[in-house]
Design a protein around this ligand. Structure first.
Ligand code: DQA
Length: 146
């Protein structure tokens, strides 16, 4: 089984992107941590990161079959990513929204997510640990937990 790990704009430079807000783990570190989290269930991780919304939409639509669920950090597309929202609405598997930072402790414009109402759950403010927790939740939702 394949878990889709989807990261939006500006998340490819994690590690050197405002580390006081987003931490020092790189996307490669996060990929490894998520892969470890799901390895017990023999799941694999397909990690895709795009800075543009269209590429994210194309990848979601491409992986309707062949994936068991997704972890999605939409970055700033949380604010007005309507085509990302529509792509996730059509995605047939459970998915979880993750934000490294506590978006509600930050600027007002980060307080609402257009994709959150469609997510199975949302993990916010726990840094890279949030991705691992989301992976655990998806294992649980899929009934694949050890
Ligand atoms: C983020 C929060 C967003 O508001 C921001 O635009 C990001 C990162 C996070 O992981 O904390 O790009 O999604």
């Amino acid at each position: 089984s394949t878990l889709l790990l989807l990261n939006g704009p500006n998340l490819g430079i994690l590690g050197r992107r405002e580390p006081e807000i987003y931490g020092t783990d790189t996307l490669a570190d996060i990929e490894k941590a998520v892969a470890t989290e799901v390895s017990g269930a023999s799941w694999e991780v397909l990690s895709l990161q795009h800075d543009s919304e269209g590429d994210l939409v194309r990848d979601i639509n491409r992986h309707h079959s062949g994936t068991v669920g997704a972890i999605v950090n939409p970055g700033a597309l949380m604010i007005a990513g309507w085509s990302l929202r529509d792509a996730l609405a059509a995605y047939p598997q459970p998915w979880i929204e993750v934000h490294l930072s506590n978006v509600w402790a930050r600027e007002q414009f980060r307080h609402e997510s257009v994709i959150a109402p469609l997510a199975s759950g949302v993990v916010v403010g726990l840094g890279s640990l949030g991705y691992r927790l989301a992976a655990q939740a998806l294992l649980e939702l899929a009934g694949a937990n050890r």
